[in-house]
Design a protein around this ligand. Structure first.
Ligand code: PCA
Length: 322
């Protein structure tokens, strides 16, 4: 048996050596395995492996297991890993352009989100290119809603809540509404609520359901505030080192993954709200008062973003509103 195994291993080695230029990439992602984004990425990796007959294999390291979320972009840039997934607006501290899909009430439906992506893709792509990074695709989370145990009828009711933030714009939103923000990554959400570090958050039905939000809050207000995206990025040198057929296979699989991901996201929204309800949470339509207050905050934040991004931001908003 040992000898047979040895022979097989030898054969595998020989075959491996025969496939000239076979590449292996590591890909760091921030979200847990049950997340639809992660599942979509695993399918993407599988598609690439199949299309290239194993000339390129991508090993996915999910849930921040290899690289923590705040370091993933830099890890790709410095070739610590060849590929990664990053929540686009997490990079707003590098360039405010990256916050475009996380401005409250700018784009609140899938159709709007798609148009906003079309209007902003080039700008985001060129910022990344400056850092030697190539964008492969991006997929939105379902519309963001408010999780809290407190009854919230207007913005005033948010006052003083300890709020889980995930980027600069959610921190700013907290500030503008009198909440106290603390940044917490998804894998740490249950712990942060359990220990009382936070008591409210704004995120998708997906992340709420995957974090078992019913263990720590009673209400989900379906405010549909924005649809932020994750993007899949690769180091440009790693990409250019592939032969042309392999590069094309990666681009084809990426285009497929983008399409599939948007469809998955559309289905998630309803499915995961049902999961919240099945587990005893109240899924609520927000009051007009709450929506009016939040829409005002959104307007302020759009203005602030335009101030920071200048002509570039203006051009995106104009293209989006056309
Ligand atoms: N889930 C991620 C980003 C947006 C979302 O729906 C999070 O909560 O961090």
């Amino acid at each position: 048996m040992r000898i047979v195994k040895g022979l097989m291993a030898g054969l595998a080695l020989t075959l491996g050596a025969g496939t000239a230029g076979a590449a292996q990439w590591n890909m760091a992602t921030p979200y847990p395995d049950a997340t639809f984004h992660t599942q979509n990425i695993r399918q993407f990796a599988e598609d690439v492996r199949e299309a290239t007959d194993g000339d390129l294999t991508i090993t996915v390291h999910s849930a921040g297991s290899l690289i923590k979320h705040p370091q993933i972009k830099r890890a790709v840039q410095t070739m610590q890993v060849q590929a990664g997934e990053v929540f686009i607006s997490l990079l707003a501290n590098e360039d405010p352009i990256f916050a475009v899909d996380s401005i409250p009430f700018l784009a609140t439906s899938y159709d709007d989100a798609e148009r906003l992506w079309e209007a902003s893709r080039d700008a985001i792509e060129s910022r990344l290119a400056d850092d030697g990074i190539q964008l492969l695709y991006a997929v939105p989370w379902p519309a963001q809603g408010l999780y809290t145990s407190r009854e919230v009828d207007g913005v005033d009711d948010l006052e003083g809540l300890k709020f889980r933030a995930y980027n600069a714009t959610t921190s700013r939103l907290a500030e503008l509404t009198g909440m106290v923000p603390t940044q917490v990554e998804v894998p740490d959400i249950p712990q942060a609520f359990a220990t009382g570090i936070v008591e409210a958050m704004i995120t998708s039905p997906s992340t709420g359901a995957n974090s078992k939000a019913w263990d720590f809050v009673d209400r989900f207000y379906d405010i549909q505030a924005w649809l932020p995206k994750n993007m899949i990025i690769v180091n440009r040198r790693a990409f250019d080192a592939l032969d042309e057929d392999t590069r094309q296979a990666v681009l084809d699989a990426a285009a497929e993954a983008e399409k599939r991901g948007w469809e998955m996201s559309r289905k998630e929204a309803a499915a995961k709200k049902a999961v919240l309800e099945d587990n005893g949470m109240q899924v609520l339509d927000p009051s007009q008062g709450l929506m009016d207050g939040l829409t005002d905050v959104g307007r302020t934040m759009t203005d602030e973003w335009l101030e920071k991004t200048g002509e570039d931001g203006q051009a995106i908003i104009e293209a989006y509103r056309q």
